[in-house]
Design a protein around this ligand. Sequence first.
Ligand code: V47
Length: 426
Amino acid sequence: MTVESTHSAAEGHRFGALKPLAASRAEAITCFPFGEPVPATHGVDAPGVPVGMAAPRLSRVVRRTLASAGLSDVVDKVLEGERLTESDGMRLMESPHVSAVGALANLVRERLHGDITFFNRNLHINATNVCEASCIFCSFARRMPDAGDAYTMSIEEAVGRVEALSGTFMTEVHIVNGLHPGLPFAYYTDLLQAIKNERPDLHIKGFTAVEIDYYAKKFDMSYAEIITAFRDAGQDSMPGGGAEIFAHRARKKLCNDKVDTEGWIEVHRTAHRLGMRSNATMLFGSIETLEERVDHMLRLRELQDETGGFQTFIPLRFHNEGNRLAKLRSPSDVDSLRTMAVSRLMLDNFPHIKAYWVMLGVQLAQVCLDFGCSDIDGTVREERIYHMAGAKTPQQLTRNELVALIRRAGRIPVERDTLYSIAAEA
Ligand code: V47
């Protein structure tokens, strides 16, 4: 099937009829402005299987493997669309049968999206690497503005990155910055406005909850005031960064001096209440325990039940170069695959799990498409955060390379915009 001919199938998936959700959940969502709740596997059978595709099944071998591992009850729950518990999540995380757990996650992925795998064309801008926070996993930040390789772009410089691509089709600019102590509030609104003026067609996914919290404290404003001002200046949605690990024990060690768990969650709740979509991340494979990973997923699932505003969950694989955790090994491929799979199974109310190729590597990202992931991010021009932490992936991929790698993984590539509408080049 060609990319073009999948568009109606993908649209079918996005707007396909869903069974009504449980009354309590539907009621909780009505105070958030997203209308129809996001596709959920919970309480819904085979939602949105693209037109003409058979509902996916679990092979007998996988069933047998999971049964011999004592996971039949979890399989039954997944088949029935029942919600998994924390202890189910731990049993899946600890299971040595990673490929069978992956097959179970794949069933959920295919129920939601069939073979469709989303990607986009996007540019990253990190306007400054000067950052007051001292996260021990970070290789990007420079504490002192006058450090040799510290930088802060002028508005003209940042917009110049967009201008330089004026003849190039893309749909998104992704902006994540360090917590710079010296920039005025107007720097951020001017940056947003200048990018919008230059390319009104671009969706700006910018400013993590960490940044919003920092500006709220620095400029004595509420989260809602900051988000409203940024939205008026051009911000369209919020990236998922800064979530790291929510469990207080690990968060205290990883990043003691930036927004805490409750603050991160409150920023996203506020954005959702104001009608702004967002993503959520989890930094995995540094010092956290498997319990803390599952706990992280459950906290996100709870907020998503309340608001329905998250689009994608992105497990970010820890990279160990150039930071204070250089003695740790980065997580293995197997650990990455089971984390993707368990995320898909636990986060039954998230439409997508993203395999961010920049940090996984292209080949592992391809395998992740069989372990629950339905999005691979984008062309990602000018990524800095992971490349400074030792990511060996290319600086960017072309659209054709993304299409080819998704096809080679046996899936159907569909180009999207940030809000998962089909992107059409004029
Ligand atoms: O929050 C920093 C992570 C995040 C390292 O929303 C590291 O679509 C691994 O927000 N090893 C920022 N991870 C990136 C981010 C993002 C990326 C891609 C897509 C989206 C989206 C959002 O990067 C940080 C932190 O968790 N990070 N250093 C490191 N050494």
